[in-house]
Design a protein around this ligand. Sequence first.
Ligand SMILES: Nc1ncnc2c1ncn2[C@@H]1O[C@H](COP(=O)(O)OP(=O)(O)OP(=O)(O)O)[C@@H](O)[C@H]1O
Length: 604
Amino acid sequence: MNDNTLMIRLGDLVEQAPKRRRARISAREAFRNLWPLARVWRLRLALAAFCLLVSSACDVAVVAVFSYVTDHVLTKGDLGLVWVPAVLWLGLAAVEGLATFAGNYTLSWVGENFLRRLRDRTFHHLQQLSPDFFESRPTGDLVERLTSDVDAIEGLVVTTPVTLFTCAANAVFFACAALYVRWDLALLTFAAAPLFWLAARVFSKRIRSASREERDGNGALTAAIEESLANMTLVQAYNRQDTQGAKVHRESVAWMGAVIRQYRLSYAYGPLATLVETVCLLSVIVAGAWEVASGRLTLGGLLAFSAYLGYLYPQIQSLGSVQLSLASSTAAAERVLEILETRPSVRDPQAPSRSGRATSAAAAPPSAAAPGPRARGVLSFDRVGFTYPGTRRPILDDVSFTAWPGQLVLIAGPSGAGKSTVAKLLLRLYDPTTGTVLLDGRDIAGLPLSRLRDTVTLVPQETMVFDASIGENIAYGRPGASVEQIRRAAAGADLEAFVDSLPDGYDTPVGPRGRLLSGGQRQRLAIARALVRDTPVLVLDEPTTGLDEASAARVMGPLQRLMADRTTFLITHDTRLAEQADAFLSVEHGGLVVPAALGLRGRV
Ligand SMILES: Nc1ncnc2c1ncn2[C@@H]1O[C@H](COP(=O)(O)OP(=O)(O)OP(=O)(O)O)[C@@H](O)[C@H]1O
């Protein structure tokens, strides 16, 4: 083959990219990765912790007042002495109420703000990932990660550290108070504390693995439901309701198994901890009763001591249960970090480099590139080869050509040959495996992605329409487009007459997935949306599919006028359109030839 020949080789068999599952991480590691998103509210967290401590201090004081009332008022029967402690008690209750409100409210405020931030950041990161990431993962599972998994992480980063701190501080308060009343009895009861910790530790490992199973199962169930709903017309037309029902049932059973295992573990831990606590309290009461009987402890002292223990054990129990809630939050964090740690295979040269988890989770979104002068639109492939990630067979091999402004370049060839792949490379949805794609002589890998995508407009094969009005759908291509610009784009896509015939014109809603429009009308809407962008390069992937011959001709007419000063790639099976093209790329199994007269240059 000579220099005027373009050969595009095909990969006919494609393997699915393997699903990557994140290695297990510790709660501490997960916290370290996600804490940067909450750090900005650390003073509020400190305030919340302080308020909760004040609330506990009030509890300690209330018990002391109660003990005083028992020993100095109740046993002496002098009602005149009751008023001062009563007022003090009331004051303490009011301060405790205020402190509890302020502490809990502040904690919830920080928790919800952290969640919003984490969800925004995860979604932003998700939008940077390449198409192969989405193609290899069920949408329902990603939705679960962005919703319930993100929600579960709040405990790990916000509530748990404050709970740990306040429980530990409270435990110290109540322990000191108990020591003050009777140090020997107190030391006896503290000996039981490690039992709570041990029980929680044994349970937390099992709960963590059950939580991960539960979250994966929930993701799989949502994905199965989402798939069935999205393809309901096919399911009903082919009478496959039973198959889809069985699939959802299977996922539901698997999920239920994991949830029940989780319940079994949590419910078993609660009574075990209560049993330990009861044994400890009973031994104190028995020992205390002995002390009261022998006159070494007053009744008020015993009541106060028991009350302090009644406060102390739940704190110690909470310190142990923190491990259990951490186990479940860490399982959720693993699934969200899997997204945050996936590095986009196509990266913006201006974006700060993101290495490691901490920066992935905490990095600020890259700012939009400053607008530059309008590109001319000279697009070249220089010895481009391409293999899809996770597959071995090359789809394109050593392809070279140059397309000039004003040219209509037709890309034709059989189904599965690699025509849409050429479009994806032009838009940098993927980077070539070998060779370079150039815009105006510059490697597009060195251009800010936003600049490239402001220069090249793709009308994808699959028509995508938003649940909004016709006018809003067209303006999606150019935020802030004027009515005149929207009208011109609609006229260019042969849509104007149809819109004018509607009572609400451009304000007519198209419904979810554009269901109120026909396939052809959706197609023309997508073309109008591309035209309103007015970019130097236009890539149309099968724009006339779904249109009858007359409509196809009507679309091609205005399109050709609009193509006058831009570079247009037209991917089509319709070789009749070749007559209107300035250049012709034929992608065929086994390679292909481009006549030199068409101005394209290719090499094998
Ligand atoms: N994300 C992907 N991962 C792996 N292989 C892929 C991916 N997308 C496409 N392929 C494979 O690449 C080959 C070329 O696909 P492409 O969509 O470019 O073909 P096409 O010529 O546009 O086909 P059609 O005319 O049917 O739209 C096909 O064999 C396809 O299976």
